[in-house]
Design a protein around this ligand. Sequence first.
Ligand SMILES: [Zn+2]
Length: 209
Amino acid sequence: MTEVKRLCLGDYQANCYIVSVGPQAAVIDPGEFTPELESAVAGLKVRYILLTHGHFDHIGGVPELKALTGAPVAVGAGDADMLGDPDKNMSGDLQPESFSCLEPDILLHDGDVLDLGGSRIEVIATPGHTPGGVTFIIDDCMFSGDTLFNLTFGRTDFPGGDENALFRSIEKLTKLPGDYAVLPGHNRATTLSFERRNNRACRHFGGLS
Ligand SMILES: [Zn+2]
């Protein structure tokens, strides 16, 4: 039985998700290390720290969380250099203090599968918001980072952004069979079936009727 807990962390209220299967857990996008996050992982064996992309508001809590749990940090290969580069992770522009994180331990590619207590963590490359952005699928949950949001989609005006790539990534997600709970990097959850019908990004590839 997979359980998902959401915390809203940092000045930009990025969604951090703690996904647990029994005692094993993955933490997705720890944007800030807070007592709330520390208590949310207490008693869990954190197997992975998973990053949907390398922007500072999604990675700010990585060093402390890794120090606490020893879990490897996984990020899309194309975003690996953002962690240690304040200009690329945007903290140089958008934060009072620029932020440089540690080296990732696992570089993710499209189609990779990680094991979490017998559940599959599937990696789908979803570039566009950043070059190496990824979406994670665990059971019927889709963790879409800053690619697909409730009724909208991620910005592409940051360094490395690519609007055409973003629309192709969203098309790829919406063409997956079946339905998923979509748990984005900011704001409220939605479902893939709702976004297929209502998200204006789908106009770009004719998916919106
Ligand atoms: Zn972002």
